[in-house]
Design a protein around this ligand. Sequence first.
Ligand code: DGJ
Length: 733
Amino acid sequence: MKRILFIFISLLVTQMTYAVPGTSISISTEKTDLILRVAQDNRLYQVYYGARLSNPEEYADISYEPKETRDGCMAFRGWEVAPGSGSETHFEPVIAITHNDGNPSTYLYYKSHLQYAVEGGVQTDIVLYDDQYPVEVILHYVAFTDENVIKTWKEIRHKEKKPVKLWRYASTILYFRNHEYYVTDFSGDWAKESQMSTQKLEFGKKVLESKMGCRTAIHTGPFFSLGIDEPAKENSGKVMMGTLAWSGNFQFTFEVDNLNHLRVIPSINPYASEYELNPHDTFVTPEFIFTLSENGMGEASRNIHDWARNYQLKNGKGSRLTLLNNWENTSFHFNEEILARLMYEARKLGVDMFLLDDGWFGNNHPRVHDDAGLGDWEVMKSKLPGGISGLIKAADEAGIKFGIWIEPEMVNPKSDLFEKHPDWAILFPNRKPYYHRNQLVLDMSNPDVQDYVFGVVDKILTENPTLSFFKWDCNTPITNIYSPYLKDRQHNLYIDHTLGVMNVFERVQAKYPDVQMMMCSSGGCRNDYNGLKYFGEYWCSDNSDAIERLFIQWGQSHFFPAKSMCAHVTGFVANPSKTVSVKFRLDVSSMCKLGFDLGLKKLTEDEIALCREGVANWKRLSPVILDGDQYRLVSPYEGNHMSVMYASKDKLSAVLFTYDINPRYHEFMYNVKLQGLDPQKIYTIKELNLMPGKKSNLPENGKSYSGDYLMKVGLNAFTERTLNSRMIELIAQ
Ligand code: DGJ
């Protein structure tokens, strides 16, 4: 009650507050408190981040201010919220500026702050200033009350006479004082995204970062979990999870100091990016989104999923289109006749849309292979004489929507675009070019290039206003790192390029808010919450092998709701010695946003009937799968099986998926214990997605059990059969 009154009073006072030393500023959600304090030296310190405290009056008693010992050493240096370079903290600064006189130090003092209600929570803006230089830094925090998520970023500006050089510009810093720390990263490679591995943090630094420019998440995603006092677990223990909303180079620094305090610093990667900031311009850091749970990663993930659907993900509350894509099926080899047939196959499957992939454009340099045509966004007349409008007409006739693939940020040297504008590509003037997939990245720091890229989308949509969907790809990291446009400001390239990409996303969103888009980067090599403001979904991986996908989808589900994760049933099997049934593939894809990428000619009539039924089941249950709470029940990393489930928010309906990956001979089977149900309610069990003519052999099929039983005893759903899977519906009576 005291707390509600406290928040209420702060919200009434929406004018700027000038706090006296000793004042605490609380950034609070329903279950967590981040408490900052203006200390005696008029600088701002973090004094607490943890489970919510009941009495705001006691904030003042937490003693986390700097303390000096008698010999003049700092026994405890204080957890400064914006430690600057050259200050007495001695550890990694979050802000570093070389001023016009060459002085590289920054000390920031508290000036004022403001707290006010925003959608979903409370925003706090804190103004800091340097007492020796005309530099101002504004810290922003939005605390999302119900989701227990905090989003933070900062603005940096100055009024020096000439540009200053920023060489550290982290989004924030968070401090922990615990016995042990364990970081889980989601690293991997192309077609092997988001593999989880955990390490203990000891004295010194651990850095997770990308220097790839645009295809940023090839080797690791911009997200991590932090197990506090013990390795992060699924359903118990204290865990913090964080992600940086930035589609460029990122860096997470975890630094354990000599007092065993941990500093977590999320940032744009400062690598080769000493940024020149003009007087009066504002440098805005990316948002860092984080949550803290006392009940493990499962709850932390649900916090992030809810936050994303409610506030960040494009069309977060809307539905999604099921689709048939043609890339894995035809690659570049198609014509109008083949596409028309695929559209009818899409209709036969019951999906909403046909998505035409790469290979539809280029005339002087036809895109028949990945070595030519990128940049020339004119329909290839020899292949598709009826143009995009002809394809949309064919889709109309088949009774489905039509979407198309683009990769407008890139160029093949063999293209009209490159011949006309060689200076639009990021490319060294004096070195042999290094190509990744035979292509180059367009220089998005150049406003003319931004106009051109926006123009690609604008032209297609102006000419084809009923086009429903774009798959926006990005298949190379930045190579040959030189911008012909930036000339002597090369160090701004990585950041200005990313800002240029965002600017185009923003313009597309503003003009075409209803067009749905899939973010793709050679699979899941660009998946972040900056991009997802503009894209409602992303392609998780080019590896669509169902077994590999279980691991990839498990990993990515830690940060992204099923609604945003595209999973397609394809014909790809990574290990040809394994037989992976269409049923198994269908069930693996059904745990995310379902799609297909195969030709029906390769399937039997029974398999087609199964897929049709699978699409119908998925559509009927998509409110549960896409908008419900996800529970990761059995990890593929722990053994030979995997299971996840979704429960609707009202607990009236749930969907359980189980997968037997590699069961052992006569293995003892554990029951799958469900979560998130109402213990009092009675649920009827129904196995779905069965091959025509096949009956369920799930022992509990057709029976009814209380939520209590299902969560304590569970279902006998795993089997000894290799690559067997189940999709099970639970309906409350
Ligand atoms: C990479 C994507 O991940 C694939 O799905 C496909 O769109 C190809 N690019 C096309 O070049």
